[in-house]
Design a protein around this ligand. Sequence first.
Ligand code: 4AD
Ligand code: MG
Length: 462
Amino acid sequence: MNDRISQLLKRAPGPAPVVAEGWVRTKRESKTVCFLELNDGSCLKGLQVVVDLETFADAAVLGRITTGAAVACTGELTASPGGNQDVELKASSITLHGEAPADTYPLQKKRHSLEYLREIAHLRARTNTMGAVARVRHAVSYAVHSYFNEKGFYYVHTPIISTSDAEGAGEMFQVTTFDLDNIPRSEEGTIDYAQDFFGRKASLTVSGQLEGETYALALKNIYTFGPTFRAENSNTKRHLSEFWMIEPEMSFCTLEGDMAIAEEFLKYVFSYVLEHCAEDMAFFSQWVEKGVAETLRTVVEKPFVHMTYTDAIVELEKNNDKFDFPVKWGSDLQTEHERYLTEQVCKGPVIVTDYPKEIKAFYMKLNEDGKTVRAMDVLVPRLGEIIGGSERESRLEVLTERMTSLGLDPADYWWYLDLRRYGSVPHAGFGLGFDRAIQYITGMQNIRDVIPYPRAAKQADF
Ligand code: 4AD
Ligand code: MG
């Protein structure tokens, strides 16, 4: 394999021939010389290829090279007289692998809107913005595994197809092989799931947490990192129907340990990206969200603010006249409230704890007040919630009662309840929305532009 462009750009000039492969971003021509800017996705910057028209043998091939063409250029790396780069490639021969006819190629040199790029998602990775997003997504994934590996957490593969609703919120996509025009029914007219593929009603998972907990109660510290699916019909800039989630789960751990890990983990990932994706972060800071790299750096240095839900409501009530949805104790927090707390009140990430039990999932540990649960959400500017977590209810009776009062059948969760029957222990965990984390890091406005192929209500193209 030949060197990537990122590697070539770091090499010293020299006579040994090198091959640069990539897609042409721009082509400029004068009477005597032709410049190609070549990009192969390994970095933001392109390699300048210089063709001396007076000596270059294959003039015909040059005529067919336009923006978007795939080429391999062979030649010598020379010191570049231009200020933009240290080296450039003086081409002695060029192989044109694939043309990109200018009259139809949808990605011309001009700046395209992100909305337009979403319509050509199969080509948008060739743009500066989407290339940078792809590289940051990669780096963040790597940092996630690296953090947990260093901390001795085991990566557990929880199932994608599930028969339990991990959040108890009924927002699941059903998985079935039934002929939808002819669904088997019982004599009473209800759907006969016994005849379906899995012999029971099955869905795509909304979270790997419950299965993750079973491994945490054996391996102590584990994490999951996989796709999750939610059939919530929220058409917003921060919701997807298919998104990736990272869910650590720790045994012998309470809410305090959970919050400490969440903060340390986020800071580790942010630092990793600042260090390893400096060029891309500078790009986002300049073109996407002014100063986003600097903001991240400050976040890494400062301790997160902590606040109870009850205190948060006191702060929010002061501003109730400005919200679309005024709040009082018991209200679920909407994005506008979360943003106000983190942007106006705390001026940085804030961990809100001890929410009313009515607005949180069944598995969260009930506080002694009987009204709130040991929940914690990490809120950040621009987005609101990026992490949701809690200490888990480890007492069998309390958990069973909570489920029943929420209309969940404990029998459906028999195996989950077994964890409280046998060797139960205080344990806690959280879920980081991976795509929201990428949005926060890059400053990208819309979550649909940080995942290659976004799935949302009425959107599943490609
Ligand atoms: O707060 P959530 O629903 O928590 C859970 O799923 C728990 N089982 C996590 C745990 O304790 N193990 O989701 C966790 C995070 C949210 O904070 C948010 O960042 C992200 O997942 N998220 C979404 N991201 C994109 N699109 C959606 N529709 C999302 N729903 C949640
Ligand atoms: Mg949540």
